[in-house]
Ligand binder design. Structure first.
Ligand code: HEC
Length: 588
């Protein structure tokens, strides 16, 4: 496009804006999952020339009537580098309703689920049917309004002149595709479609959520376990002052789903240790922050009353403490995995019921895996032979330092003469330090019925090659369980490029079920997710692990987007593993 045309075009855009006024010109980054459970973060669309978001609602007839026009819009602009997304920002439409609507009308777009309406509020959306055009690198709103078919006509009451054959939406897209980078203010054209209605916003505008009775208890439940004096988080939420100071940052990490960590897709099963925040909780916290994080009337500040737990051992003093030999970690360099075997010198057979790893120095202990092995393991193992002598006990990984108790009626059998084998991965951090890690074991009082075990389903080694720069490198693996099992715990494991992972099962009768969906995998958080309701998998069930790696620059954890990444043990190599923890119901 010629320079002159660009200038003309821009002046038209700005002119329109002066007539109608709604919503902000700049927005914050945000993340939502869509109706299929996939994760979308605005920043990750930085490669797109523009992101077009179409607001939808299940019962909005106007919305559905315009579908052919949305499709036309998309076919025109998508191949020129524009990304199209839909969003459902109603409080009433369930995920099932949205799926049904999609099946019926085939939107053929990811429909982002914004049931808390917080993203709609931040975008200034008010109606289903409205369209927003965003510039994804600077988070600028370029256009807000309808399909603006009618805006081609002159509307003297708004000083809008007729411009034959154009529309403001198309003008905007034309300009971004042509490489215009400076837009002045947002073009806003009168909206069309169905009112969304913002009940929570109205309620909170009437009465700001109260710090002492609503906010402090919420933070205590969702955040304070880590954000406490001496905790693993970088600041303690120990007073109103502190929280108020961190509020802008808190809003950002909540809106992008970075905090609380270890979130899973809430539509797939329920996990005791996944950290869920429902729409109401999100609205309460964000609306309070938007109101300036006020202290409220209450005299006591509940967060100042919180004290650190008395013992580092969550379940009290362990029955047996395994002391890992002291290891000195140099200031710099790459360390091989430390593999050590520690004889337990037990006088009788025992069953382990619970375990807790206590890292000596969290800054350097990256992760470790513990196994139960015979004390003469080293002599027994023959190079290259399948290792049938080891049984996985538990692991420590970032965010995974609580105690783990095996499910009712199960435990891990440890015969007299056993040892614990540990594989420890240390990373250097610029200073020499000494690590002194402990493993606490809690024994079962009576012999449990079932042996608890963990299967690691992996697809890695030489099969794993991720090209440089790709943002979605897919991978999968599957395994057939020959015995009936009761499934309890799941853990996806990848390294820095890990992007998302889901586990599902195909039952012997051919039917399928989802097991877990981690839409936004984060290397820093790898808990074993514990099913609130264990799943019984009949003999002959095939479990499937599917996921993807992001080796692009938009993965902020990526150490080198220019590297071709291969399978391997170091964090900058990759792994693709799904861990399944279970017991066999027949106990053989
Ligand atoms: C399981 C532990 C844990 C929980 C629960 C948790 N955090 Fe964090 N938080 C951390 C850790 C560790 C970090 C620093 C590393 C990181 O950013 O991932 C952090 C960092 C942060 C930061 C600073 C981010 C930055 O870039 O400096 C904010 C703000 C924050 N958390 C807010 C929250 C809020 C709000 C909640 C509750 C809704 C919460 N956190 C729950 C562990 C936790």
């Amino acid at each position: 496009m010629h320079k002159l045309n660009q200038i003309l075009l821009l002046s038209t855009l700005v002119m329109v804006n002066s007539q109608v006024n709604a919503g902000p010109d700049k927005i914050g980054n945000f993340a939502l999952i869509d109706h299929e459970g996939n994760f979308h973060q605005l920043r990750k669309y930085g490669d797109s020339k523009a992101v077009v978001i179409i607001s939808t609602a299940v019962d909005c007839q106007e919305n559905i009537e315009r579908l052919p026009k949305y499709r036309l819009l998309r076919t025109t602009w998508e191949r020129q580098g524009v990304t199209f997304l839909a969003i459902n920002s109603t409080a009433r439409d369930s995920r099932e309703d949205i799926r049904r609507m999609d099946d019926l009308y085939n939107f053929d777009l990811p429909i982002l689920l914004d049931s808390s309406q917080l993203v709609a509020e931040s975008l200034g959306l008010t109606r289903a049917g409205e369209i927003i055009v965003l510039e994804p690198e600077r988070f600028q709103v370029l256009y807000r309004g309808g399909l603006d078919i009618e805006s081609r006509r002159a509307r003297p009451e708004r000083d809008i002149e007729a411009r034959e054959g154009t529309s403001f939406l198309a003008d905007t897209l034309q300009a971004v595709v042509a490489g215009v980078t400076s837009f002045g203010e947002t073009v806003t054209v009168a909206g069309e479609g169905c009112e969304l209605g913002f009940a929570a916003l109205a309620q909170h505008a009437d009465r700001t959520p109260d710090y002492a009775t609503e906010i402090a208890p919420l933070l205590q439940e969702k955040c304070v376990s880590c954000h406490v004096e001496g905790g693993i988080a970088p600041f303690a939420m120990n007073s109103h002052m502190m929280v108020q100071g961190w509020s802008p940052m808190m809003k950002e990490v909540v809106m992008t789903k970075r905090m609380p960590p270890a979130q899973v897709d809430p539509a797939v099963n329920h996990f005791d240790n996944a950290r869920y925040m429902d729409a109401g909780e999100l609205q309460t916290l964000i609306h309070w922050i938007d109101a300036g994080s006020p202290r409220g009337e209450s005299e006591v500040d509940p967060l100042t009353l919180i004290t650190a737990p008395e013992s580092v051992w969550e379940l009290g003093e362990p029955d047996y403490i395994v002391e890992v030999p002291t290891f000195t970690i140099p200031a710099t360099g790459v360390l091989d995995y430390e593999n050590i075997t520690i004889n337990l010198s037990l006088e009788k057979d025992v069953w382990i019921k619970s375990v807790q790893h206590l890292p000596g120095d969290r800054r350097v202990l990256h992760h470790l895996l513990s196994f139960i092995v015979p004390a003469d393991y080293e002599e027994r193992i023959v190079e290259g032979e399948n290792d049938s002598y080891r049984e996985f006990l538990e692991g420590y990984a970032p965010g995974k330092d609580g105690a783990v108790t095996f499910p009712d009626n199960s435990g891990m059998f440890v015969p007299k003469g056993s040892a614990v084998q540990m594989s420890l991965h240390y990373t250097t951090y610029g200073k020499e330090t000494v690590d002194n890690t402990l493993l606490g074991l809690y024994f079962a009082e009576a012999e449990p019925q079932f042996q608890y075990s963990t299967y690691s389903l992996s697809h890695g080694g030489s099969n794993l090659v991720i090209p440089a720069g790709v943002s979605e490198h897919k991978m999968s693996a599957s395994h057939l369980f020959e015995d009936e099992i009761m499934l309890h715990g799941l853990r996806p494991h990848m390294h820095y490029r890990g992007k998302h992972m889901r586990f599902s099962v195909v039952y012997p009768d051919g039917s399928k079920a989802d097991i877990i969906n981690v839409p936004d995998y984060n290397f820093a958080w790898q808990p074993t997710y514990r099913l609130s309701e264990p799943m019984l998998l009949p003999a002959g069930s095939r479990v499937i692990v599917e996921g993807a790696f992001d080796n692009s620059q938009y993965n902020l954890g990526n150490p080198d987007p220019a590297a071709v990444v291969k399978g391997g043990a170091q964090s900058w190599d990759e792994m693709f593993i799904g861990y399944f923890s279970y017991y066999k119901t027949a106990n053989n």
